[in-house]
Design a protein around this ligand. Structure first.
Ligand code: HEC
Ligand code: HEC
Ligand code: HEC
Ligand code: HEC
Ligand code: HEC
Ligand code: HEC
Ligand code: HEC
Length: 239
């Protein structure tokens, strides 16, 4: 009887050691995978707590996966500010050399996704990824119109009505007016006191003129009127 108990004890110790070893090996494998992808926030941030707003709950873990659990990606494309999506990007697109989108994103088979989720934002060509990266840098810190929106937590989909804008995309007047309209109020606001008829938003060019004739988002804006009226004094934000 004693012998059997002893044998059972011995076997269970052996088994436990084996299981423990397997778990350890698995964890090591996972860690190696993580490290090689360089997805740890601690690569650049001393502590996770330091990137969180004041009074935010403590967060365990050190990758974007530990944020995804509560901050489920907001897949809406409404014309409204998106403050979490803006905050998470604003610090990370300051300069090209420091702009590693793949800390949080995945890009396989031309699909642009989010680390440790099965969410895909859609298909994206390689050239478009480069373009978008540069536009993010403009949005985060330039003097262009996009950066004024970045500061107000207006991210790409707030203007473009889609998650992944492509080369050649533009934005319709209705979308701008969803936040800046109605048009007659805008016209009233921009009527110059000295020369009321030199109104950029109400002229002989008509009300249907595209906002983007003058307001460029990702490059300096220009006042179209001045091409013909060189003597007018008009200034445009982001110009
Ligand atoms: C390659 C370096 C790098 C990595 C990796 C990195 N960050 Fe950052 N992060 C920065 C820099 C640089 C800033 C801007 C700091 C500043 O403006 O003071 C920043 C800013 C932030 C901000 C904005 C803080 C604020 O108050 O505006 C948040 C949030 C943030 N990071 C979260 C994260 C998370 C979450 C991860 C991991 C998924 C991460 N970062 C990984 C470099 C990095
Ligand atoms: C336990 C749930 C939880 C986790 C995990 C979590 N958060 Fe939060 N976070 C919240 C709540 C709740 C708020 C306040 C409500 C809101 O704005 O969504 C918030 C707000 C924020 C805000 C302010 C957003 C805004 O609207 O201005 C930022 C930035 C933020 N969290 C970043 C992070 C980052 C980065 C991580 C991962 C390192 C993270 N959070 C993980 C629950 C969480
Ligand atoms: C620190 C983590 C982090 C980094 C770095 C990061 N992203 Fe994101 N990105 C996210 C998260 C989280 C979301 C989903 C946010 C949401 O909508 O709730 C997102 C969403 C997006 C979206 C959809 C935005 C929209 O309009 O709603 C685009 C496009 C995107 N990222 C591109 C990029 C590019 C390009 C880079 C590199 C310049 C980058 N991201 C760097 C975490 C990150
Ligand atoms: C204020 C609204 C606004 C915001 C915010 C915005 N865009 Fe744009 N975007 C535009 C407009 C308007 C155009 C049309 C081109 C122009 O005249 O600048 C455009 C054009 C583009 C194009 C096509 C440019 C080309 O080279 O053909 C891409 C790609 C793009 N945006 C990506 C983005 C990304 C990525 C973000 C988020 C970082 C973003 N946009 C945020 C308004 C916006
Ligand atoms: C989701 C809402 C939203 C959309 C869509 C939007 N804007 Fe804005 N826009 C804002 C906010 C918020 C600000 C910053 C606060 C302010 O000046 O009203 C701003 C600022 C501006 C400014 C002043 C920039 C500066 O430097 O002072 C101009 C010009 C502008 N937007 C034009 C446009 C145009 C043109 C479009 C369409 C291509 C557009 N906006 C789309 C919300 C939006
Ligand atoms: C012919 C050029 C031109 C066109 C087209 C144009 N704008 Fe402007 N916009 C300007 C100029 C110049 C200013 C600066 C004058 C001012 O602030 O009143 C300005 C200022 C603005 C401002 C900031 C001032 C404010 O009162 O909010 C917004 C927002 C704006 N435009 C939105 C739009 C929208 C939306 C459209 C399309 C419906 C549009 N613009 C079409 C030239 C133009
Ligand atoms: C393609 C060229 C062209 C563009 C662009 C243009 N105009 Fe004109 N505009 C003219 C011509 C031609 C006349 C009639 C001849 C004249 O009196 O100079 C005129 C006349 C005017 C007049 C009355 C005469 C004067 O000089 O005071 C005003 C005011 C005016 N434009 C405002 C604008 C404004 C504001 C814009 C931009 C929103 C604009 N125009 C864009 C060509 C243009």
């Amino acid at each position: 009887m004693k012998k059997i108990i002893f044998l059972l004890g011995f076997i269970s110790i052996l088994l436990l050691t084996f299981i423990d070893g397997a778990v350890l090996a698995q964890a090591k494998k996972q860690q190696a995978k993580t490290t090689s992808k360089n997805v740890s926030c601690l690569r650049c941030h001393e502590q996770i707590a330091k990137v969180l707003p004041k009074n935010h709950k403590p967060v365990t873990g050190d990758t974007i996966a530990s944020c995804n659990t509560c901050h489920r990606p907001d897949m809406s494309t409404k014309a409204e500010p998106k403050s979490y999506a803006s905050t998470i990007h604003s610090g990370h697109a300051k300069e090209a050399s420091n702009t590693d989108c793949m800390v949080c994103h995945t890009y396989t088979n031309n699909r642009f996704g989010l680390y440790k989720t099965n969410i895909s934002f859609g298909k994206l060509k390689k050239e478009d990824l480069e373009n978008i990266k540069n536009i993010f840098i403009s949005w985060a810190q330039s003097k262009n119109m996009d950066a004024a929106h970045g500061k107000a937590n207006i991210i790409c989909s707030s203007c473009h009505d889609k998650k992944l804008p492509e080369t050649g995309d533009a934005v319709e007047n209705d979308r701008c007016l969803a936040c800046h309209g109605p048009l007659d109020a805008l016209q009233k606001r921009s009527e110059p006191k000295d020369f009321p008829d030199r109104n950029p938003h109400k002229s002989h060019l008509g009300d249907d003129i595209a906002c983007t004739v003058c307001h460029h988002s990702h490059k300096p804006s220009t006042v179209y009127c001045l091409g013909c009226h060189g003597n007018f004094k008009m200034k445009i934000p982001g110009g």
